[in-house]
Design a protein around this ligand. Structure first.
Ligand code: GLN
Length: 186
């Protein structure tokens, strides 16, 4: 998705790779496994530090779970990185076979509904004071949030090839890079 938008993209598996990027996408997958691997490879501390320092981070599905301060229906011992003052419930829409595609309204991101695939997707059940709701389902359930430079969505826009959330995130990263550069002494 990033390369389609003309953005240089690289995989981040180690601390040195994390240090080299201006922004991070935590993709879908399985949050309990991501959590285990992040801790096993000692990436959790550096990730938390970069998130705290204001680096833009975008989590989709399992990535949203990793960014939630509080995870409901987590497996035993599962931790998250945090960054978003929200409660997120895992697997809120049922199993893999209950996957579905639907249009999601996200007025801050796009004028027309986003093409969204929900695959064992989480839902946001509580939104803290500093958190902006970005996207909702027609029934009002929250499926997209932002707090500062941290963005999380329940769904996969890449399945249907909708690039608009990624474009929104890339603008955030560009603004962050521009403001960090202007903060440097001349
Ligand atoms: N259910 C998965 C989890 O708990 C998320 C699924 C996904 O990323 N599509 O991490």
């Amino acid at each position: 998705m990033l390369r389609e938008l003309g953005v240089e993209a690289t995989l981040v598996r180690r601390e040195s790779e994390l240090s080299a990027v201006d922004g991070l996408i935590i993709p879908g997958g399985e949050s309990s496994v991501m959590d285990k691997l992040a801790r096993m490879f000692a990436l959790d501390g550096p990730l938390r530090a970069r998130i705290r320092s204001g680096m833009p981070v975008f989590g989709t599905c399992a990535g949203l779970i990793m960014l939630a301060n509080n995870v409901l229906d987590a497996i035993d011992g599962q931790e998250s990185l945090g960054g978003l003052d929200v409660d997120v419930r895992r697997n809120a829409f049922g199993a893999q076979v209950d996957s579905f595609e639907v249009g999601v309204m996200a007025p801050a991101i796009a004028e027309t509904p986003l093409a969204a695939a929900f695959i064992r997707a989480p839902v946001v059940e509580r939104v803290g004071d500093g958190v902006e709701v970005l996207a909702r389902l027609n029934d009002g359930r929250v499926v997209g949030v932002r707090q500062g430079n941290v963005v999380g969505i329940s769904f996969h826009p890449e399945v249907a090839g909708d690039t608009r959330v990624h474009e929104y995130f890339v603008r955030l990263v560009a603004d962050f890079v521009a403001s960090s550069k202007s903060a440097l002494p001349a």
